[in-house]
Design a protein around this ligand. Structure first.
Ligand code: FE
Length: 197
């Protein structure tokens, strides 16, 4: 009897070990799939906004701006790049740049800067942290978007429910992302409408 219970305890701890190992493995959460876009043709192009003083060209190609030791709330931004007739645009170029969680831009290197291309379904996917506030502005992420043969759209994305939105002179409600809480942080969705030529 005693022997049997020791066996049971042994099997149980094995199970816990295996469970623990599994948990570690699934920590790399599956990529968030944005909801199918709601779009009525002809769709109005996404409004442009000023580039501001901190854009840098030649950013690294990457979908995650998160680097070792970075603070802040994890944020995923995903969605579609669509044409004015509501068709997904594969291979569209998106170049993101933003302040870190302390509201600071990296103007010497490329921290919190990166470009990527939409996949065959016209989907982009950015892993980053919630940008910090800096003097005079509400929370925002800068982005340039361009269809393969189209003009470049320069704009900014905003966060819903941010108190500073009402006090920011260039804030545009048409550029507010849809945001929800996730176990690891926040998930934002936004669809861009860009000209094809
Ligand atoms: Fe800015």
């Amino acid at each position: 009897m005693q022997h049997r219970s020791r066996v049971i305890v042994g099997v149980l701890s094995m199970a816990i070990l295996v469970q623990g190992w599994r948990t570690n493995v699934v920590l790399a959460a599956p990529r968030v799939v944005p909801p199918a876009p709601t779009c009525a043709a002809p769709a109005r192009a996404t409004p442009s906004q000023t580039e501001g003083p901190f854009y840098k060209a030649n950013t690294p190609q990457r979908t995650s701006l998160i680097e070792q030791g970075m603070g802040g709330t994890k944020l995923i931004v995903t969605g579609y790049v669509l044409s004015p007739d509501c068709r997904p645009v594969p291979g569209a170029w998106l170049d993101f740049w933003q302040a870190d969680d302390r509201g600071e831009y990296d103007n010497t290197g490329f921290r919190m800067r990166g470009h990527q291309f939409t996949d065959n379904a016209g989907v982009y996917y950015l892993e980053t942290v919630m940008p910090g506030l800096y003097t005079g502005r509400t929370r925002h992420i800068h982005v340039k978007v361009r269809a393969p043969n189209g003009p470049t759209l320069t704009t900014q994305l905003y966060v819903p429910g941010e108190a500073q939105n009402a006090r920011d002179g260039i804030f545009n409600p048409a550029l507010v992302v849809t945001m929800r809480d996730a176990p690891e942080g926040k998930i934002a969705t936004f669809n861009f409408i860009v000209a094809l030529r």
